[in-house]
Design a protein around this ligand. Sequence first.
Ligand SMILES: N[C@@H](CCC(=O)N[C@@H](CS)C(=O)NCC(=O)O)C(=O)O
Length: 228
Amino acid sequence: MATGRGLEVYLDLLSQPCRAVHILLNCTKIPHRVRTVALRRGEHRTPDFTKLNPMQKVPVMVDNGFVLTESDAILKYLATVYDVPEHWYPRQPERRARVDEYTAWHHSNTRPHTAKVFILEVLLPAQSGSQVDEERLIRALSQLDDTLDKLESMFLRRQPFLCGDDITVADLLAVCELMQPVGGGRDVLQDRPQLQRWRSRVESAIGDAFERAHAVLFALRDRRKARL
Ligand SMILES: N[C@@H](CCC(=O)N[C@@H](CS)C(=O)NCC(=O)O)C(=O)O
């Protein structure tokens, strides 16, 4: 499946961590080739893809034969190995540690808590035609609220981006998660002006790459909203 030459990324742009990788590659103009793995068609379960990533998940990166999974590891590898502006993953130890601090926290907070609301409100009802499980949803919304409170009070307390004065890979992971529309196309940041201002700063810093990564998701959200 992998050619072993150049940089290839296996992505589905409906996936939040894939969009973060896509944005970094396009913002920094790292030459690469995208191979689309359509999760909805089960392309991540084919024998070829399973050989590449036995976890059967996207994103996957192959850089001259070096195979790497996990968006966090891929983003940091790209920012370390390629000639990209230093702010994405600072070399100064304390500033780098701040990025690692957020990304470690992200995978047990922002990521699962946003995903759970999406799964309960959108994915499960769409897949099985069942009603939303209100009790589980209330618990999930409360966990998400707690996570959003911490993003505001800890990470964005006195700085414009999650890890300091400039955008880093941490902001990419977070913004892609927090762009995921939930039930009825609702924005998870709808009552969160502080986080909305941060998201606007991230969007401005990213430019066109933001829209390109989210185009498929936004089209799907608008189709869903039109059906309501
Ligand atoms: N921790 C991984 C998560 C990757 C992940 O969960 N990918 C999802 C799409 S968002 C996937 O491939 N799911 C397919 C499946 O689990 O069947 C990362 O950050 O890269």
